[in-house]
Design a protein around this ligand. Sequence first.
Ligand SMILES: [Zn+2]
Ligand SMILES: [Zn+2]
Length: 357
Amino acid sequence: MRFCAECGAELPLPAAGAKEGVACTACGRIWYSTLKVAAGVLVEREGALLLLQRGPADDAFAGTWNLPAGFGRAGEEPRRTAAREAAEEAGLEVRPGLLAGAYYFDDDRRGDGLLLVYEAEASGGQVQVDGQEAVAAGFFPAEALPEPLCGGGHDQAIRAWAARRLDHWYPGLPPRYCPHCTHPLEERHVFGRQRPACAACGFVHFREAKVGVSILVERAGHLLLVRRAIEPGRGQWCLPSGFLDWDESPEAAVVRECAEETGLQVSDPVLVEVRHYTDDYRGPGLNLVYRAGIAGGRLQAGDDAGEVRFFAPAELPPDEEIAFANHRLLLGDWRRAERGAGDGSQGQGAARQPLDP
Ligand SMILES: [Zn+2]
Ligand SMILES: [Zn+2]
């Protein structure tokens, strides 16, 4: 501001880089410059982020890529600012939801500020730039962000979004930070091999194998398979399977997983074999393979299964439609055993109970 809002006298120029207030030489009132507040949205489509390119006439960051965002007006709630800017700049109706982050910036010559960024879902409209403020728009995956990114907090917000997208840590992978002192862990040669260790307090993390169960459930010579609705192996078939909870017995996990994924109550689980596997990106582990009988329930896909079905030996899906190397081997073994049994005793098929429709 150039003039005192109290008495109208011209204010002295602030000292270069001064962040404290400017005192009016006439009335003594001190005026502080305040942070500007901007708000914007993270709109995703198929894992990619909506970014807009600023026009060449932009007064701060011409030609750079940014989120749909803008400065708030007096009396405007930040989510409304974000929604308004998304409509004005990108032609989208959005509903801003969770606050994804707040980013301080001091690289905008119009003043320091705070950019509030909300996760948002597009509820209408088509991505369309106005050709003035924004001259191009696109959805960009985390590993292929456009350059240069805009300042004013946008670069921080966009990189933070990309870091979250690329972050594949989950329980079962080595921790990144010391659980005792929070210092970042580093790989060190301890107890015979490289292990995550804390340089600050000496903590060493020993990774453990994951333990899961898979269940062979048969009905009238048909084998129960589930079609996976989630990764890994999304869309592929496998035996009803799942990890043991930390305090759960394998037999309890067998009953629980069958109920969750297939709707069937199974009983009398019998351990068939133990297999080690290494082809799951969540980490290597042990697969305890059980056989169990049907005690009740109704066949219905649930939890992480999208579809459940009983398969005759000749109907089993081809290997490329079966998730996990172990399950391909198990299904191959089962088919050979069933066919062997069928060949050996012609009358056995007739003796079996008929399939429910
Ligand atoms: Zn004054
Ligand atoms: Zn530590």
